[in-house]
Design a protein around this ligand. Structure first.
Ligand code: AVI
Length: 319
């Protein structure tokens, strides 16, 4: 039977402190993790189905086309640690190739994982499964039940792009350290990375015609209202999603459609019409730029696979 472990959750007070510090700063910001309440997670699943949002299907094509070569590079029989596992579908599609002996899906909430992992355990009874609930963006801590034999970290979907390059480097170093922790040997990282491309393609992917990404972004305000007991009026805000070429990142913002005051129990924030809350960055890398980042984090041996248009890249990195 699958085992589940919830590591310490962020306390309500520290969530409020973090959010209010961001919202009351001259340039208001919020961490992208707050986009994912229950509805936000469903809206993100819908984004992955959109014709404009190419990353999910392009990455799936790469995994499908090169599954055997990827398994040859990664090796078989490892402990597969799936960071941000969600419904576990991406990792499960690779099980027949990677043949993990232990599977450790990690996500911010154990509730989100438990159904998917329980179903998966029935399909693959020979694999030891340990679901872990933790916010790994705040630091990568693994429970003792994670085996120290060969560890293969799996971080698909270009979620690494939601960190700044400096934060990404720190996070990759933590993964490298965890590959070697407790005498573990022969580990590595299998990661999906979105590549720089034409502005029109990038901007459409984050500002789709149906407005699903707009709903995903605006839903953040409903989540903030619940977390802070605040009174954001969703109808008075607009979604903005565009590629910032200079910084090589897609930015998402929420823009005030009118002058307004937002209130919460101990404070207020006045927003002028046109003022923005910066809600997410999604960095886009060049192939060489990302390999250099992996090298700087201590990964020496990198193999990459891409699609014919070179829109997305899957990398395997060894120590
Ligand atoms: C989860 N993450 C990799 C997505 C991205 O593309 O940065 C989140 C997202 N935001 C808007 N659309 C998708």
């Amino acid at each position: 039977m699958a085992q589940f472990i919830q590591l310490v959750e962020q306390r309500k007070q520290s969530v409020e402190d973090e959010l209010l510090a961001g919202l009351t700063a001259p340039q208001a910001t919020t961490s992208p993790k707050y986009l994912y309440d229950a509805l936000g997670s469903k809206l993100f699943e819908a984004i992955c189905e959109l014709p404009e949002y190419y990353p999910t299907r392009t990455e799936a094509e790469i995994f499908h086309k090169h599954a055997q070569e990827i398994a040859d590079a990664c090796g078989t029989g490892a402990t597969l640690i799936d960071l941000g596992a969600g419904n576990c579908a991406k990792a499960a599609s690779l099980f027949p190739y990677l043949q993990p002996t232990q599977y450790v899906p990690v996500d911010i909430s154990i509730d989100f994982l438990s159904d998917a992992v329980s179903r998966l355990q029935q399909r693959f009874p020979a694999i030891d499964m340990v679901g872990v609930g933790t916010d790994f963006s705040a630091g990568l801590v693994l429970p003792e039940t994670v085996r120290s034999a060969q560890r293969l970290f799996f971080y698909p979907g270009s979620s690494i792009g939601n960190f700044t390059p400096d934060e990404a480097l720190i996070f990759l170093r933590q993964i490298k350290a965890a590959c070697e922790q407790d005498g573990a040997k022969g580990g590595g990282l299998l990661i999906g990375v979105d590549l720089v491309k034409e502005n029109t393609i990038l901007s459409a992917a984050y500002d789709d015609a149906l407005g699903v990404t707009a709903s995903f972004n605006l839903n953040l305000l409903q989540h903030l209202n619940r977390l802070l007991d605040a009174d954001f009026d969703v109808r008075e805000w607009r979604h903005r999603g565009f590629f910032n070429e200079k910084l090589s990142r897609v930015e998402m913002h929420l823009e005030a459609a009118s002058d307004q005051t937002v209130r919460w129990p101990d404070g207020v924030r006045r927003f002028e019409r046109g003022e923005r809350i910066h809600t997410e960055n999604s960095y886009k890398y060049s192939r060489q730029g990302f390999i250099s980042l992996l090298n700087a984090a201590g990964f020496g041996n990198v193999t990459t696979w891409s699609d014919p248009q070179q829109w997305f890249m899957v990398c395997h990195a060894r120590l």
